[in-house]
Write a protein that binds this ligand. Structure first.
Ligand code: KG4
Ligand code: ZN
Length: 345
């Protein structure tokens, strides 16, 4: 079964054709990173306009690269929640229209489910259930218990910022461009992670909190630069040496990874799992990959191929395939609606 997957929930316009949920026949991603690097973050109205310009050429290229047409594929899948309202509208309206015109079944997929299913791409049918899934992205930080395909229970979530958002904000404070995650990693490589110890937030159970860590970096940076705590965070970067920035980046990255591991340990101590799956943009982080490795506490650990850790259409098609296998019915293209916020179910 060949599915065309469409993704436009944030700042990537993406389409892909995937066979049987695992074999990627094409994968096209038009990123708006260059536009938003200039602004230091995503501007929703600009994102929506850029999706509008990119969506049809991206779909076209994904079909051509796969050697398929809208008539030869079996179904269309699209992200309908959560995400930026205008961005989601462009993807879903495109998918609805194409599904109607070409009489194809349409599947509406939750974005976090897609991130999790990025791990099944490339014939990883052998991931054993129950799965403990850690979803770490720019908008979300959640621990999910996944007893079987297409079945999710949220057992931990962030009470404030998402981890990716925290990477982006800390990068901005240090004067690194958007998106901050890869920049923090790059600079951390030349820094000393022991240099500036940062506090691990005390949050009960499996929930996270990242806004305190961001504030701790600001306070540490102000004190290194001999600035008062009232000093505006956007200007601190001009008072730090590149060595201090690298050390702060390394100390922050190590603390963020420690927080994730602490919560994973708690989750593993509460329930028995057969595998660990890491998903979302932050799963590209090399320190996290190195720290967890391929086996953690005797359980196999899966990370998506780095090309599928950020937003892409292949993971949407993969998630839709496993939804179909689990008995989910197509959605009505006339009535499919979007939702900027919603929980995975
Ligand atoms: O999943 P994603 O592409 O979009 C959302 O669904 O939010 O995640 C984007 C987030 C950004 O915050 C970005 O800074 C972060 O993933 N990210 C990373 C790395 N690469 C991307 N964070 C840490 N280390 C990385 N290597
Ligand atoms: Zn995402």
């Amino acid at each position: 079964m060949k599915i065309l997957g469409l993704e436009s929930s944030c700042d990537e316009t993406a389409a892909a054709v995937v066979e049987n949920g695992t074999r990627v026949l094409s994968n096209v991603v038009a990123s708006q990173i260059d536009i938003f690097a200039e602004y230091g973050g995503v501007i929703p109205e600009i994102a929506a306009r850029s999706h509008l310009e990119a969506v049809l050429p991206v779909v076209d290229k994904a079909l051509k690269d796969a050697g398929e047409t809208l008539d030869t594929i079996d179904a269309i899948a699209v992200t309908h929640t959560p995400g930026l309202l205008g961005s989601l509208l462009v993807g879903t309206l495109t998918a609805r229209t194409l599904a109607l015109l070409h009489e194809k079944p349409l599947y509406a997929v939750h974005h976090l489910k897609s991130h999790v299913y990025a791990n099944w791409i490339y014939t990883k049918y052998d991931i054993k259930f129950p799965v403990l899934a850690l979803v770490i992205s720019g908008g979300h930080t959640q621990i999910l218990s996944m007893p079987s395909h297409n079945s999710f229970e949220i057992i931990g979530t962030t009470r404030d910022d998402a981890i990716g958002e925290c990477f982006d904000k800390v990068a901005k404070i240090l004067g690194f461009p958007y998106p901050g995650g890869p920049e923090i990693s790059k600079h951390a490589g030349s820094g000393d992670p022991e240099k500036y110890p940062l506090p691990i937030p005390k949050v009960d159970g499996l929930d996270f909190s990242f806004s305190g860590l961001k504030t701790a970096v600001i306070r540490k940076a102000q004190s290194i630069a001999n600035l008062p705590i009232s000093y505006p965070s956007h200007d601190i970067k001009n008072h730090l040496t590149s060595g201090q920035k690298n050390d702060l980046a390394a100390s922050f990255e190590r603390t963020a990874v420690k927080i994730l591991l602490e919560k994973l340990d708690t989750a593993l101590s509460r329930q028995a799992y057969s595998s660990i799956v890491i998903a979302g943009g932050v799963s590209a982080n090399s320190l996290l990959r190195k720290t967890l490795g391929t086996t953690y506490k005797n359980l196999p650990v899966y990370f998506p191929d780095p090309k599928f850790s950020g937003d892409n259409g292949a993971m949407v098609a993969s998630a839709a395939f496993f939804e179909i296998k689990s008995g989910v019915h197509p959605t009505d293209p006339y009535s499919l609606s979007i939702s900027p916020r919603s929980t995975i179910s």
